[in-house]
Design a binder for this molecule. Structure first.
Ligand code: MN
Length: 514
C-alpha cells in the first residue's frame, strides 16, 4: 500500500432489511465481513475497505452517510445490496451523502447450487434484484456514482474498484488543495486562465498568489551548505554533463538551481500548498549579471522538475489549472510504475501515418517519465525577463501508451478533455537540450489534433502512462463536469455532435458537484 493512501479509508455499507428475520441479517453481516476481508487481502484495491455494517432502515442509512461525510479518513462509500433493500429507505441517506459513491453489483455466492438451492438460499443471495431496486433510486435522484458488476473474488471488478478508489482519494486531495502562483498568468494567454472561484466550487482548488519578493527572501536565506548538500544528491541521481559553459559556470548554475529548489519547497511547506505555478516574466531580483546578484538565474526549471517528481502540482506561465490537475494525476497514480508529467505541445513532426507531436517545455518536464537516467546539464535560455545559463534535467520519455488530459473553462462550465496517445521514440536533439516526449494522438494525428482543437484544448496537459480513460470517467462523474474523450473510435463529426448535445445539457442542468 502506497504511503499516500495509508491514512484513508473506503467505507462498505451493506443494504438489507429485517423481512427475513434477524438470523438472515446476521448471516449477511458475516458474508459482508468475509467479502470486505477478501477485497483487502486481494491486494488490488490500494485503499483499505472498512465494513460499516448492514443498513436496515432509513434512519440507519442516513446516519451512516452523515458519518461518512464527517469522517476525514473516509474518501468514498461502497454500497452493496444483499437483499431486496427497499430503496425508499435510501433516499434521505443518498441525499445527504457528499462523498464519492460506488455501487458494487455482486453476490456472496458464485455459482447456483442447482441440486440443493431452496428458498433459504435464495433469501441469502438476493443481489440480482436488490441491486436493481437500489440502482433505480440512484437514477431517480441523479446520484453521481460508479456501478461495478462482477464476482467479488475476481480480479476484473476489483481492478475497476481500485481505479475508482484512486480517483476518490485524489478527489479528497483536490478538495484540500492549495495552489500558489509565483507571479500571475502569462499576459494575454486565454486557455490557461479561468474562473478561480468556480474552480474552487466545482473542483476544490484553492488558488492564491504568493509574492515573488517573499520567495526571493526564502532564496537568500538558503545557506551554501544546504545547497551543497542538495548538489551531492543531484550527483547521485543524475549523470553530470558539463559542456562548453565550463566547470565554474556549471556548478554556479547548479547551486543556484539547488537554492531555488530549497526555497520553493520551503515556501510550499510553510504555506501548506500542494502545487505552484511560475512565470518567466516575474523572477524577482534585478540584473542577473551584476556581481552582487542574489536571485533566480532563470525560471527555476530544475526545481519544478524535481518538485513535480515529489508530487507537487506544477503549471508553467501561471497555469494553475494544470498545476492542480498534475497534482491529481500524480496523487492517483501513487505506487504505479511508469510515471506522469506536465507537458506542452511543442512542435509537429509530419511523417505520414506516424505524424506526431513533440511534447516538451522550456525546462519543466517531470523526470518520472524518463526512459533513462536524466542528464543534469546547463545551457543558455533566452526567453523571458532574464536571459542566462541555467540548469535542467535532459532526457527522452519512455515509449508506450498513455493518456493525457486538460481542464478548460468555457465560461458556463469546465470541460475535461482526455486523449489517448502513443509515445514513440524521438531522434536525438543535440541543439535542443530539454526533456521531451514524442507522441501520436489517437485515433491518428489528424483526427486527434482536429478534435482537441475543436474542443478548445490547451497546449498544456497532464500526462500519465499508468492511467486509463476509466480514471477520468470516474473523475468527471464525481466532479460533475463535462468530459470529452478522444480515442481510437473518435470521429470529428462525432465529437462535434457530442459538444452540441453537451452544450444544451449543461445549459439546462448545472450538474451537482460534491
Ligand atoms: Mn507553456
Amino acid at each position: 500500500m502506497s504511503k499516500t493512501f495509508e491514512n484513508i479509508e473506503l467505507w462498505w455499507v451493506t443494504g438489507a432489511q429485517l423481512l427475513y428475520g434477524g438470523e438472515t441479517v446476521k448471516i449477511v453481516d458475516g458474508h459482508s465481513r468475509e467479502m470486505v476481508d477478501g477485497l483487502n487481502e486481494g491486494g488490488i484495491i490500494p485503499i483499505k475497505v472498512v465494513y460499516k455494517g448492514t443498513a436496515n432502515s432509513s434512519k440507519e442509512v442516513e446516519s451512516i452517510m452523515k458519518a461518512a461525510n464527517n469522517d476525514e479518513k473516509c474518501v468514498g462509500v461502497i454500497t452493496w445490496m444483499h437483499t431486496f433493500s427497499p430503496a425508499k429507505m435510501w433516499i434521505k441517506g443518498l441525499q445527504a451523502l457528499q462523498k464519492p459513491m460506488l455501487h458494487f453489483h455482486t453476490q456472496y455466492n458464485a455459482e447456483i447450487p442447482w441440486d440443493t438451492m431452496d428458498m433459504d438460499f435464495m433469501n441469502l443471495n438476493q443481489s440480482a434484484h436488490g441491486d436493481r431496486e437500489f440502482g433505480h433510486i440512484c437514477a431517480h435522484l441523479r446520484k453521481p456514482r460508479k456501478v461495478v458488476s462482477g464476482y467479488w473474488k475476481d480480479e476484473k471488478p476489483q481492478k475497476a474498484i481500485a481505479v475508482w478508489a484512486r480517483v476518490a482519494a485524489a478527489w479528497a486531495d483536490a478538495k484540500d488543495m492549495r495552489i500558489l502562483r509565483f507571479g500571475d498568468q502569462m499576459n494575454n494567454v486565454a486557455v490557461t486562465d479561468g474562473d478561480k472561484v468556480e474552480a474552487e466550487v466545482r473542483l476544490g482548488y484553492h488558488v492564491d498568489y504568493y509574492p515573488v519578493s517573499s520567495l526571493m527572501d526564502y532564496f537568500r536565506m538558503v545557506t551554501d551548505a544546504e545547497a551543497e548538500a542538495l548538489v551531492e544528491e543531484y550527483k547521485k541521481s543524475y549523470d553530470i554533463v558539463i559542456g562548453e559553459e565550463g566547470e565554474e559556470e556549471y556548478w554556479l548554475r547548479v547551486r543556484n538551481a539547488a537554492k531555488a529548489e530549497i526555497a520553493i519547497r520551503r515556501v510550499l511547506k510553510d504555506e501548506g500548498a500542494k502545487g505552484f505555478t511560475t512565470n518567466f516574466d516575474d523572477l524577482g531580483g534585478a540584473d542577473v549579471n551584476a556581481p552582487d546578484f542574489l536571485g533566480f538565474d532563470q525560471i527555476p526549471g530544475l526545481a519544478s522538475q524535481r518538485l513535480m517528481a515529489e508530487g507537487y502540482g506544477f503549471g508553467a506561465e501561471g497555469d494553475w489549472k494544470s498545476a492542480a490537475l498534475y497534482r491529481t494525476v500524480w496523487y492517483m497514480t501513487q505506487g504505479l510504475p511508469t510515471g506522469c508529467s506536465f507537458l506542452e505541445d511543442y512542435t509537429l513532426n509530419f511523417d505520414g501515418a506516424r505524424s506526431a507531436i513533440l511534447q516538451s517545455h522550456m525546462l519543466e518536464i517531470c523526470p518520472l517519465i524518463a526512459a533513462d537516467k536524466p542528464r543534469l546539464e546547463v545551457h543558455f535560455l533566452g526567453i523571458g525577463i532574464r536571459k542566462s545559463q541555467t540548469a535542467r534535467l535532459v532526457f527522452n520519455s519512455k515509449t508506450g501508451n498513455g493518456v493525457t488530459a486538460t481542464i478548460i473553462d468555457l465560461g458556463n462550465r469546465f470541460r475535461l478533455i482526455v486523449n489517448d496517445v502513443e509515445c514513440i521514440k524521438p531522434k536525438p536533439l543535440p541543439k535542443l537540450p530539454v526533456a521531451n516526449a514524442l507522441w501520436i494522438p489517437k485515433p491518428n494525428f489528424e483526427v486527434g489534433t482536429e478534435a482537441w482543437i475543436l474542443a478548445g484544448g490547451t497546449h498544456h496537459s497532464c500526462f500519465s502512462y499508468d492511467i486509463t480513460p476509466e480514471y477520468w470517467e470516474d473523475y468527471a462523474e464525481i466532479a460533475g463536469i463535462e468530459m470529452l474523450h478522444i480515442d481510437e473510435n473518435t470521429t470529428v463529426s462525432g465529437i462535434k455532435q457530442e459538444m452540441r448535445t453537451n452544450e444544451v445539457y449543461y445549459m439546462l442542468n448545472r450538474a451537482v458537484s460534491m
